[in-house]
Write a protein that binds this ligand. Structure first.
Ligand code: FAD
Length: 438
């Protein structure tokens, strides 16, 4: 059996590794249009800031290490067409310009997305994105070569916030520009006050309700008529799915450029699978809502599922997603689980807004953890957002396990937590949320 994988980073490289483990003899080829494969995208901001000291720590595998497992990897090779009728692909070697055809028995698509660029910033040398190892190398070289002391970050999603933190770790002054008034829109506007305070404490110049309209002579002109120095600009304003090469292939792509898949990662076309940032699947706890979660866990889990399906293990299924996410921003942790805010609005629910110390209040360093939880009238935890200086990860992970096993909001009272004053309270944070749901 010949398996071809499109995209060689999170989803693609994992699917190929899993498949090799299960199918020692199958023929596996990865086409990756970029320079590198199998690097830790999630770690890129932290190497810029120095928390990840060695660049090599970000590289999980190389074409050579895959070669030793008998997986062929072609970097700088872009798949430009898919022809399921003939089980063939059209591939372009980006170094030589050569275009050739490749056959497959099974095709795994994990092409991810590419960072969106504000049209006004297209082609400006000082403008960067952070999506790949190449991007990170370019940013770090630019900082050194141009002796960058100040920068503009556009977008306050998790990439914009992580880049802001890591530039500050290098003592670079940052102006953070965000187009509306909701900083870090992954969580409720009313919960981000601690992040706003942190930005101020860190000396970050925040421009809300503003966009860059043009860049001239090293300065960015904003839509609010301000002009700010911008020797370097890093944009983090979302991704466009890399699914254009599927046009005319018969593989179904939604208007948003996503590929709907079933519980085995299968697309609408036989023997063609998709995963990662491009896949459209469903929520685990509210299955009639479509989910596209551009995070690492879904890519890894679907890679395992697809490899097993190709191997014939049909009992292994992708159950659906909860969208569990978390970000550290200096001394705060913030995250959410469940539906997006816009999806909750359409469902009948009540809200629990609860604050409590994350550990015993008499312990040094105790501070509040806040949750806003949306509960359906049957007790389904539709969504929860949390912020604190500590302990958000523990509560999010507990909620993920609780929801996954069918737990309702009122069942939170029965979770028997590990308690000692440095960690929690006898009636723990989530227990108390449960009491409010009864
Ligand atoms: P990718 O990993 O982006 O890989 C897709 C690959 O396909 C790319 O290398 C691309 O060049 C290649 N490709 C595209 N089209 C073609 C084609 N036609 N032919 C050949 N190759 C092609 N997630 C978390 O859960 N937690 C985090 O903390 C986190 N932090 C992140 C920080 C950063 C800076 C970034 C960029 C991402 C972060 N993510 C995080 C998201 C996570 O990395 C992605 O969800 C994950 O990488 C998606 O995997 P993927 O395989 O779909 O796409």
């Amino acid at each position: 059996m010949k398996v071809v994988v499109v995209g060689g980073v999170a989803g693609g490289a994992t699917a190929a590794s899993q498949l090799r483990r299960l199918e020692p003899d199958c023929d596996i080829t990865i086409f990756e249009k970029g320079r590198d494969i199998s690097f830790a995208n999630c770690g890129l901001p932290y190497h810029i800031g120095g928390e990840v000291a060695e660049r090599g720590q970000l590289i999980a595998a190389t074409p050579e290490t895959f070669g030793k497992k008998d997986v062929r990897v072609h970097t700088d090779h872009e798949v430009i067409g898919v022809h399921p009728g003939g089980h063939r692909l059209t591939v372009k070697n980006l170094e030589t310009g050569e275009v050739f055809e490749e056959s497959y028995d099974r095709l795994i698509l994990s092409p991810g997305g590419r960072p969106r660029i504000i049209p006004a910033l297209e082609g400006v040398t000082a403008v960067h994105v952070l999506h790949t190892l190449e991007d990170m190398d370019r940013i770090m070289k630019f900082i050194d070569d141009e002796d960058i002391k100040e920068a503009v970050v556009v977008g306050s999603g998790f990439i914009g916030m992580e880049v802001t933190e890591n530039l500050r770790m290098r003592d670079i002054d940052v102006t953070l520009v965000h187009r509306n008034e909701n900083l870090y829109g992954h969580v409720e506007a009313e919960m981000v006050a601690p992040l706003l305070q942190t930005l101020e404490d860190q000396g970050v110049n925040l421009k809300l309700n503003a966009e860059i309209s043009r860049v001239e002579d090293g300065c960015a002109h904003l839509t609010n008529n301000e002009k700010i120095p911008a020797p370097m600009i890093i944009q983090g304003i979302g991704l466009t799915p890399n699914t254009g090469f599927l046009r005319g292939s018969g593989v179904r792509v939604t208007d948003d450029g996503l590929i709907p898949v079933n519980e085995y990662g299968q697309t609408n076309v036989d023997n063609v699978y998709a995963l990662g940032d491009v896949m459209e699947t469903k929520y685990l706890h509210v299955p009639d809502v479509a989910a596209n979660i551009k995070l690492a866990w879904p890519a890894h889990r679907m890679a395992y599922t697809i490899a097993n399906h190709i191997h014939g293990a049909y009992d292994i299924k992708f159950e659906g997603l909860l969208g569990t996410n978390i970000m550290r921003f200096f001394d705060h942790e913030i995250g959410s689980i469940g539906l997006e805010q816009k999806d909750v609005r359409g469902i009948d629910h009540f809200v629990i807004d609860h604050q409590q110390n994350f550990k015993a209040g008499y312990m040094e360093g105790a501070s509040k953890i806040r949750i806003k939880m949306y509960v359906g009238h049957d007790g389904t935890i539709l969504r929860a957002a949390l912020i604190s200086k500590s302990g958000v990860d523990k509560r999010l992970d507990t909620l993920a396990a609780h929801i996954r096993t069918g737990g309702k909001a009122q069942d939170l009272i029965n979770i028997e937590v590990a308690y000692s004053p440095p960690f929690s309270s006898p009636k723990s944070f989530l227990n108390m949320v449960g009491y409010k749901a009864v």
